[in-house]
Design a protein. Structure first.
Length: 93
């Protein structure tokens, strides 16, 4: 598989994860969304895409195998999106 296809697949997957995390943020914060509905979705998508791409390329460069790469891309971007939204909510208080 070419590098272009790998990047495209990771970006599409992270877009889906980002949208899901934006939705979950709405369930967590309900009426007190950190930066509004659109802002939560945008922040979640940006953070998941950037961390997902970073994990996809940095984890193998550090010498870890494909299993660790896959685990990093699955769990870390989702957690990072929620942490970013939590930090934004704490900064707004």
């Amino acid at each position: 598989m070419s590098i272009f296809m790998q990047v495209l697949i990771v970006i599409v997957a992270m877009l889906v994860v980002g949208l899901l995390m934006g939705y979950i943020a709405g369930l967590i914060w309900k009426d007190k969304r950190p930066i509004g509905v659109k802002g939560d979705y945008i922040a979640a998508v940006i953070s998941t895409v950037s961390v997902g791409l970073l994990d996809w390329f940095v984890i193998p460069a550090m010498g870890f195998g494909s299993t660790m790469q896959l685990l990093g891309v699955i769990f870390e971007p989702a957690a990072t999106a929620l942490i970013v939204l939590w930090i934004i909510s704490k900064a707004k208080e």
